[in-house]
Write a protein that binds this ligand. Structure first.
Ligand code: PGA
Length: 255
């Protein structure tokens, strides 16, 4: 992988979380149908719907520029894990990526860094891109521990199999998720620069090409400022990805 930073194609990924019945596929269809008219600077676009909609969305998006991702996977390929879904199953359903280590999974399901790392490795094994989420709590930010936390999570959550093609890092300050709060632009730039440095020192040239997304209350009104910062190679969008009109406005921040 020899691409330089300026050549990184940005990614705007929507994380629908536990939202969306079949009727929501109307929103994703609207996004899909708007993509061909975007210009050359258009980012890659992905929607990560709930697992129940992955196969339907993948079928509806086949042949289009809209990619589909899962929101979590188990580390094993198959076995006695009731209720879980493997990376291979997501791939089989038509996904090309999977989010792992989202702070809501870390909090709701006690997912530790080593579990996240095993899930990311499972994604790689299955041929999926792992979107690995990291980010600090409000308390850690106030205690000036953000960079320590982020570097620790990167070291412990990213498997050695990470490359610029199969891995995306999503920096999501937990206190910014779903709250309407965002860090100041200079703080986002500082943290993304530290993440880039970390990736380069561990992965060499591949570390230059791994996309680093910002996530946490990205909206049409703040997308342009956040997404134009150095080392911000796109966004992971929660609430504002549920409505096509908002999600497209964020995507068009690259217009
Ligand atoms: P939000 O969520 O955009 O609703 O803050 C982002 C995320 O959790 O990925």
């Amino acid at each position: 992988m020899t691409e330089t930073l300026s050549e990184i194609r940005p990614l705007v990924a929507g994380n629908w979380k536990m939202n969306g019945l079949s009727a929501a596929l109307g929103e994703s269809a609207e996004v899909r149908d708007a993509l061909p008219a975007l210009g050359k600077s258009a980012p890659d676009v992905m929607i990560c719907p709930p697992a129940t909609l992955v196969a339907q969305l993948a079928a509806a998006s086949k042949g289009s520029a809209l990619a589909v991702g899962g929101q979590d996977c188990h580390a094993a390929a198959s076995g006695a894990h009731t209720g879980d879904i493997s990376a291979e199953m997501l791939k089989d359903a038509g996904a090309t990526a999977v989010i792992v280590g989202h702070s809501e999974r870390r909090a709701d399901h006690g997912e530790l860094d080593r579990i996240v790392k095993a899930k990311a490795a499972a994604a790689h094994r299955a041929g999926l891109t792992a979107i690995v989420c990291i980010g600090e709590t409000k308390g850690e930010r106030l205690a000036d521990l953000t960079l320590n936390v982020v570097n620790r999570q990167l070291a412990a959550s990213l498997p050695d199999t990470a490359t610029a093609h199969n891995t995306v890092v999503a920096y999501e300050p937990i206190w910014a998720i779903g709250t309407g709060l965002t860090p100041e632009a200079k703080d986002v730039a500082e943290i993304h620069a530290a993440i880039r440095k970390n990736l380069e020192s561990r992965f060499g040239p591949a570390g230059k090409g791994i996309r680093i997304l910002y996530g946490g209350s990205v909206k049409p009104t703040n997308a342009r400022e956040l997404l134009s910062l150095p080392n911000v190679n796109g966004a992971l969008v929660g609430g504002a990805s549920l409505k096509a009109v908002d999600f497209l406005a964020i995507i068009r921040a690259y217009g």
